[in-house]
Design a protein around this ligand. Sequence first.
Ligand code: ADP
Ligand code: ZN
Length: 726
Amino acid sequence: MKEDSRERQVVPVLVPVPTAEPYSYAVPEGMTAGPGAIVRVPLGPRQVAGVVWDGECSAVDPKKLRAIEEVFDCPPVNADMRRFIEWIAAYTLSAPGMVARMVLRVPAAFDPEPPLEGLRFTGTLPERMTDARQRVLEHAGDGLAWTRSGLAHAAGVSSTVIDGLREQGTFEPVLLPPRPIVAAPDPGYHIPELTPAQREAAAYLRKKAGQGFSVALLDGVTGSGKTEVYFEAIAAALQEGRQVLVLVPEIALTQQFLERFQDRFGAKPAEWHSDLAPRSRERVWRQVAEGAVRVVAGARSALFLPFRDLGLIVVDEEHDPAYKQEDRVFYSARDMAVVRGHIGGFPVVLASATPSIESRVNAEQGRYERLVLPARFGEAPLPDIRAIDMRRSPPARGNFLSPALLGEIGKTLERDEQALLFLNRRGYAPLTLCRVCGHRFQCPDCSSWLVEHRFRGQLVCHHCGHAEPRPEACPECGTLDHLVACGPGIERIAEEIDARFPKARTIVLSSDLTGGVKRLRLELEAIAKGEADIVIGTQLVAKGHHFPEMTLVGVVDADLGLANGDPRAAERTFQLLSQVTGRAGRTGKKSLGLLQTYQPDHPVMRAIVSGDAEAFYSREIAERRTAELPPFGRLAGVVVSAATRAEAEAHARALRRAAPPASGIEVLGPAEAPLALLAGRHRFRLLIHGGRDADMQGFVRAMLAAGPKPRGSVRVQVDIDPQSFL
Ligand code: ADP
Ligand code: ZN
């Protein structure tokens, strides 16, 4: 783009709509709009924000060409971020505009923050001096600018005193730069004393700072000090003058984490998650773009913040399924963090006590450096883990907790310590049926049973949110009072605990908690402070929390995750059980993890009980290799959904027929999805399986291009590297 060109300039602009190419727009005379500039452009009847893209424009009829309306006064989306957007679009088979949309989600941040109004001493003294006025001048007499309220507060006077001085001409208004949302972190604020193993890992990470792209897998048991170690990588990046992103599963972003960060760096990181107030979102976005924010701790969408000079990404709990987005653009934030590091030429640290099979294999094959922290910090031993064979030690009729588990809970309470009961099932019971006619309550819009939520008096679908009051009579046979709850959810476990330990303080925790993430964080803090005796919760309590008094973890149904036919079932169960039992005994007290299981000989149970994680990994890796499952092979899922079953099936079959011949890639299905009906839409699945080097994207693209275009109610979703097979 020539600055001095007399002809009308035309530039490509990526707009937030699902087209494959940027659109062309004219740059009005006198306007400069280089690549990366965020601009406002007309799009049909609307005005949208887009990004000026690189490269040439496709030819457009000059009469149809519309002009850019405005270039925002905002730092441009830098070249690394533009390459990142293109990369994700190509990899996930999404429209680049839809990926850019994730960057442009905070339109109010495109305009600069308004400056703060401040006051400065003019040198003119007031006609009448009072004690209060004297105190104000003692603070502001040096001529530095203050805010009105800040000065009043510092001088211990009311704001009207300041107003009076302003009227007298003692102070004049000045504009101050906007307040930073967080203070600058100081890499040398508090340097911890590390254990030898921690020191070695930290030294490696420090050495990598500023040395270009690398990936380290920080693999250490729960409580081994992974956070302490990656803080050193952060310190090194900050010393290089770079920005840092720490990705955490949303719920692990607690006060506890922020405080630990503050203890180390003297300031909190900026937070980025779904619960952030709109005004804070805008300010974080803007200050990240301007470089004022140095460290962001955020959920997966923080990957799309417009960092000015990103120099490190840490992905904590890298195995966590929450890093996968399954909506519009299907991406894995863990994998994309590695891509972002590659594009930006900086290190990436993946941390976990139970790394994903993918990351372990990458480490074995030398692509990632594996740093191991073999033991818990301090004297804290790992919990002693035992399986309770439910066939031998069954619960009382209608109950779900075995005598062995109840006995240990009692002992824990006697010692004034905490117990956690883990069950990954919200509500009271996963199935309700009529004892007379056998009617089962099913969601009208999904192929799933309705889950009873007794506290709310409702039957709820966990897939689409459909809810109906729990009736007294069976809707099929009309019999009164013969509905029966089958199986446990956490509310039912709470009922059992209340009956057995009526004096214990219990907290029930799941995403159903009213009050959202904020309330949940408060409850987690209360638990950490010892304000509960028994905690009953879903996976939300399993993640990364540090509960000093917790010495018993009971898993109500350890077999739960193994039941579905998902290729990752064993891995997921292993990770979840290791993580949840890892909540116990983090401060050195003797601790116990108990798994209620009907299959104590299952390899996953054996690995957890023996503490032999390596046995599990080598077995699982060998199985994946044999079956050519990821990372030894590649998968892509295609879900076709439609208003009717026939339409969905016909379209899925037509796609299957359109699949290009390719050696080494096979198409499985279409088959009706396990969740055959979801929110009123009928679903069919194709699963595409290829070898490690198969061009899955090329194959799927060719199939979609050769197949029929989705018409009517038909929708097609592509999921490269799927995590969910429902
Ligand atoms: P992980 O992230 O591996 O689960 P953490 O970093 O949370 O482990 O450490 C577990 C606990 O041990 C924390 O309370 C942490 O403050 C403490 N800890 C770990 N390493 C050290 C150290 N070198 N010095 C002081 N405390 C430490
Ligand atoms: Zn439903």
